[in-house]
Design a binder for this molecule. Structure first.
Ligand code: EPZ
Length: 420
């Protein structure tokens, strides 16, 4: 088991390069199933989630080649398969977004239902409702989903879920509707930048999607989609994570290739805490201060505060003056990092989907265990600021969504190494 060893108390300085957005790359890679022609993707992050999606696509008859460090070429060579491997779904829930393209292009799709994970139940009912609205016949058992569709027909689809909209649900239905006969409208579509990128990618293949960035997408189906070459946007959550790293260590860091327009709610919260942020040279510069002010966050669908930044900002709140609150509206159980932060000396009261964090003078480095991708990022951030040495166990979680994180942090002066 690989662990991260962090010597805390060092202010980070310098520049860090942001990798491509994992949550844009995954649905875009799955959408490559929609054509027999060659697709070239630039700026693909080298993370284990991307490796897992490569495995899914290879199993589904796709040839994949890394022609450069971050450039992936994909091409379907055998389109007879339609089963997403169960172990891939188990390892990475996002494999579910192969279902829409399989139904649209091959007329059939089969997968085991993604189980819950450390952040919640993770149902796919809205995915299946949307695909059924397009005319797919979906048969469910307790553990599997089997879909078939001689032809998909455009329809009115509503993607709303209790917390707002569903990101991968929108991706699944959008990736099917582009080859459906006639017009589809998707109400309450997710507006996340990663979904806008997927829509842009599909349009670059010859799809007709209108209303990108709004909650209402209108798709006029086509018969065929062609190959394309496409750049993946920088990862806004990785950007936010490095901004917190610069702030929590009282440093001065330029996060390059950042798209501040994708991070409005996060930049607003950090600024309200007293973090100094300036847009500069195609990125964002962050300067930390001695102490930070308290604040309150409520996670929501985009453009609200992203649930994927909740744990990281909580690490900063642990050292802020006063009592902050975090209310998790997307994944109410996404607080596995709380117990570990408490073990580092944080003062956190939890009450269901809401926690109160009372800032302390400093945190102490101890051995902590990660439990999901963003919780592990929060523990690394806390370790960077803590007195003494922090060991973060089960670091494979962090490799799912952060490319070369130890190397990038060392490039900013952090004392962090991966140890067996
Ligand atoms: C995507 O997951 C992201 N993953 C998650 O990022 C992110 O936390 C999440 O969106 C919310 O922004 C990828 O893009 C690969 P949802 P997704 O469907 O699409 C409920 C990370 O850290 N829901 O938008 O699976 C669901 O329970 C990961 O990078 C239904 O009720 O999330 C949740 O409460 C973690 N029925 C809410 O919607 C459904 O059919 C939002 O989930 C689907 C979802």
């Amino acid at each position: 088991m690989v662990r991260l060893k962090i010597q805390g108390g060092i202010s980070l300085h310098g520049e860090v390069e942001i990798s491509g957005a994992k949550n844009a790359a995954l649905p875009i890679m799955a959408a490559c199933l929609l054509t027999r022609e060659r697709v070239q993707l630039h700026g693909v992050p080298r993370t284990t989630d991307v490796d897992m999606m490569v495995q899914v696509l290879q199993h589904l008859g796709m040839e994949t080649n890394w022609v450069e460090a971050h450039t992936l070429v994909l091409r379907v060579v055998d389109d007879r398969g339609h089963t997403v491997p169960a172990d891939c779904i188990e390892a990475m829930r996002a494999s579910v977004c192969a279902l829409g393209p399989l139904l649209a292009r091959r007329g059939a799709g089969h997968l085991s239902k993604p189980g819950g994970c450390r952040i919640g139940a993770r149902p796919i009912d809205a995915h299946l409702k949307g695909l059924r609205a397009l005319g797919a016949k979906i048969v469910e058992t307790d553990t599997t989903v089997t879909g078939s569709a001689r032809e998909l027909i455009g329809s009115e689809v509503d993607m709303s879920v209790p917390s707002g909209s569903t990101v991968l649900g929108t991706a699944n239905v959008l990736s099917a509707a582009v080859l459906a006969r006639g017009r589809t409208t998707i109400e309450h579509a997710a507006r996340e930048p990663e979904i806008c990128e997927l829509a842009g990618f599909l349009n670059s293949m010859g799809a007709f999607i209108h209303g990108i960035g709004t909650g209402r997408l209108v798709i006029d189906g086509v018969r065929e989609l062609h190959g394309t070459s496409f750049d993946i946007i920088p990862d806004r959550i990785e950007t936010g994570t490095y901004l917190v790293a610069g702030a929590i260590t009282g440093g001065d860091v330029l996060v390059r290739d950042a798209h501040p327009e994708h991070l409005g709610a996060v930049l607003q919260v950090l600024t309200s805490m007293g973090v100094e942020l300036t847009e500069e040279a195609g990125g964002v510069r962050v300067r930390g201060n001695e102490r930070f002010r308290r604040t309150d966050i409520v996670t929501e669908s985009y453009p609200g505060f992203p649930t994927d930044m909740q744990a990281q900002v909580m690490a900063l709140m642990c050292l802020a003056q006063g009592t902050s609150t975090v209310t998790e509206r997307i994944f109410p159980e996404r607080f596995k990092h709380v117990a570990e932060l408490r073990r580092m000396g944080a003062r956190i009261q939890s009450d269901g989907a809401r926690v109160e964090i009372t800032g302390v003078e400093d945190l102490a480095g101890v051995e902590v265990t990660a439990s999901d991708l963003r919780a592990s990022a929060a523990l690394v951030l806390a370790g960077l600021a803590a007195r003494g040495t922090t060991m973060v166990n089960e670091v494979e979680y962090i490799h799912r969504g952060y490319e070369r994180i130890a190397e990038k942090l060392r490039g900013l002066g952090a004392a962090i190494t991966e140890v067996a």
